[in-house]
Ligand binder design. Structure first.
Ligand code: GSH
Length: 217
């Protein structure tokens, strides 16, 4: 039986982009279904009853929620094609550590940079750049976090590139000027079709951000 793969997603979601990149890297055919997050579908509510969030990957009728969990699921199910996690258990643990760091630091601090002002924003900006610095240290001289090929941490992190412009405009700083090596890594990832075709346009995300901030008042 052919696999039925459905992705419940929303175009600007960095979490959804992770799954889009992974599915593209592995060459998996799937149906993409855009959710209206202000009027969530019955399928989304039923598939992710705990968090009620996208993305949800539905594989042969079985839902998998939380992007990092779904990313590992994709890697395990389609393990013969372009593995994302290394085979060594210690290196796997390290990759999971840094992917978790992306959620706890890059994603969270990016949110604070784009939604606050003044001292709170300055502190978040400083910590955001420090976190990027730590990631640069982990990258070292490798082309990708996965080594010579895109790996788990690359896929977990690169979607935030779509949000860089928002962070930079809101925080009035340049990630490229502050962290050129990290920026070069992002550009390298963007040269891959699996990434460039899966990521949302930076300016479109900035427009969405402005609309959301306006709606908030
Ligand atoms: N930790 C979750 C993951 O990694 O999948 C985060 C998912 C998430 O925050 N999704 C947002 C969402 O569905 C869109 S980017 N928001 C709708 C809501 O909170 O009602």
């Amino acid at each position: 039986m052919a696999d039925e793969v459905l992705l419940l997603d929303f175009w600007s979601s960095p979490y959804g982009m992770r799954l889009r990149v992974a599915l593209a890297e592995k060459g998996i055919q799937y149906e993409y279904r855009e959710e209206d997050l202000s009027n969530k579908s019955a399928l989304l509510l039923q598939s992710n009853p705990v968090h009620k969030k996208i993305p949800v990957l539905i594989h042969n009728g079985k839902p998998v929620s939380e992007s990092l969990v779904a990313l590992q699921y994709i890697d395990e199910v389609w393990k013969d094609k372009t593995p994302l996690l290394p085979s060594d258990p210690y290196l796997r643990a390290q990759a999971r550590f840094w992917a978790d760091f992306v959620d706890k630091k890059v994603s969270e601090l990016g949110r604070v940079v784009r939604t606050t002002k003044g001292e709170e924003q300055e502190a978040a900006k400083k910590e955001f750049l420090e976190s990027i610095g730590l990631l640069e240290g982990e990258l070292g001289d490798k082309p990708y976090f996965g080594g010579e090929t895109l790996g788990f941490v690359d896929v977990a992190l690169i979607p935030f590139y779509s949000w860089f412009y928002v962070y930079e405009k809101c925080g009035n700083f340049s990630i490229e000027a502050e962290q050129p090596k990290f920026y070069a890594w992002a550009k390298r990832c963007m040269q891959k079709e699996s990434v460039s075709k899966s990521l949302a346009d930076q300016k479109a995300i900035y427009d969405l951000h402005l609309q959301r901030m306006k709606a908030r008042g």
